[in-house]
Design a protein around this ligand. Structure first.
Ligand SMILES: [Zn+2]
Length: 411
């Protein structure tokens, strides 16, 4: 009887993740370097070996990926899964006129598109008026109810009262983030962490009125108190800042990553390099907004795009740790790799871009279990057609995606 049961079990089809899998691409980007002829062995949810001509256990399933490059699953550094492109629906209308149910339903679709594009982790920097909907979305993905990337979430994010949007001269309207300042800022940081924030996002500057340039919003002591409260709770801090002064305050306060940084100068970036403050340049969002205003994508790019690129080059020259994050949501989810191409257009090497999108972002976000292809790490993997070191646009040609040892896409 026992033998009969054993043979029945042996005949039953096993889920893919229960059998070791040998992935056989032409080459492997391990997070920091390219290796021709490497293979990767996956068992369960983890990578168990990587290298040339690996010995494999009996019964290993072989997955041929001819002509392809295998990389660690890409890590999106700055997303908004609860937003969709502004050329179809302006940001104000998304915040004011779309119900949370509608926004969540669309976010489920966005999450799937993100994963299918090879992005197995996202740092999602604010629900933009959708409350703590990101907490539920993350849970539904983690429990396997809907497909999507692993999420690092910020919940509502924090803005100084009166500084953010939407604006209305006549009456109070719902805001795209939680308003708090002074001693209440620290309380709000703690409330957001208690509600599920993995990262604390605050806006260090903004346009006080439409048509103005950005100005600092929080004082030095406010940012320092918010950072201290977040770090006490083991949460990193991301600060939206475009002005040199807000960037300087954020870096001096010990913030972990500065988002955008479009007006940063050499002195600011030197301070960030010294303090090891990361920069997430979000070049693709600036390019998308320029396109919405009529740019056809040809060079020379409009002045705003060129100014963002120039600031990014200053940051690279200063040795600032660079994040790959495009502010996707401003443009279509699933097109996250546009940021990688934008970074290259601004002068970063293909190797620099690939590192930023994999091992670099993992290091910046303290994700020790991913971002590289090495034994013991999560089997979060993407294969693309061609060699992205020779032609970076290959990162758009995704043919295979694995998350936690489960094949979620194979073309
Ligand atoms: Zn953003």
């Amino acid at each position: 009887m026992r033998a009969l049961i054993a043979s029945l079990i042996a005949l039953a089809p096993l889920p893919a993740s229960a059998t070791p899998m040998l992935l056989q691409p032409d080459r492997v980007w391990d997070g920091e370097a390219m290796h021709s002829g490497w293979q990767v062995l996956v068992d369960g949810t983890r990578i168990v070996a990587a290298g040339p001509q690996l010995p494999v256990p009996a019964g290993t399933q072989r997955i041929a990926l001819p002509g392809q490059t295998l990389l660690p699953g890409f890590i999106e550094g700055h997303s908004h899964l609860l937003l969709h492109p502004y050329d179809k629906t302006p940001w104000d209308d998304q915040v004011l006129k779309e119900s949370q149910a509608y926004r969540v339903a669309r976010a489920v679709v966005h999450a799937r598109a993100t994963l299918m594009a090879g992005f197995t982790t996202v740092r999602d920097l604010g629900s933009e008026g959708a409350g703590t909907a990101d907490v539920g979305l993350k849970r539904a993905i983690d429990e396997g109810h809907v497909p999507g990337p692993r999420m690092i979430i910020a919940t509502r994010a924090l803005v100084a009262p009166g500084s953010y949007a939407p604006k209305n001269d006549a009456w109070a309207v719902p805001q795209g983030a939680e308003e708090a300042d002074g001693p209440d800022l620290v309380s709000a940081v703690r409330r957001q962490i208690g509600a599920g924030a993995d990262v604390v996002k605050l806006y260090g500057d903004y346009r006080w009125r439409p048509g103005e340039g950005s100005r600092p919003t929080y004082g030095q002591a406010e940012i320092a108190a918010a950072v201290a409260a977040a770090h006490d709770a083991g949460r990193p801090v991301a600060v939206h800042a475009n002005t040199a002064e807000a960037m300087r305050r954020a870096s001096a306060a010990g913030a972990d990553v500065i988002e955008h940084g479009g007006e940063g100068d050499a002195a600011t970036f030197a301070l960030m390099a010294k303090n090891r403050t990361g920069l997430c340049p979000t070049l693709a969002a600036g390019e998308a907004i320029a396109r919405y205003r009529g740019w056809n994508g040809q060079e020379p790019a409009p002045a705003d795009v060129q100014a963002d690129r120039a600031a990014f080059r200053l940051a690279m020259q200063a040795g600032v740790p660079i994040c790959m994050g495009g502010d996707v949501g401003v443009f279509a989810h699933g097109e996250n790799a546009r940021e990688m191409l934008a970074m290259a257009s601004a002068g970063m090497s293909a190797a620099g871009v690939l590192t930023a999108a994999t091992a670099g972002n993992a290091r910046m976000f303290a994700l020790a279990d991913r971002g590289r292809i090495a034994p013991g790490l999560l089997a979060d993997l993407v294969a693309v057609a061609g060699d992205p070191l020779a032609d970076l646009a290959a990162v758009m040609r995704v043919r295979f995606v694995m998350k936690g040892g489960e094949t979620v896409r194979r073309d």
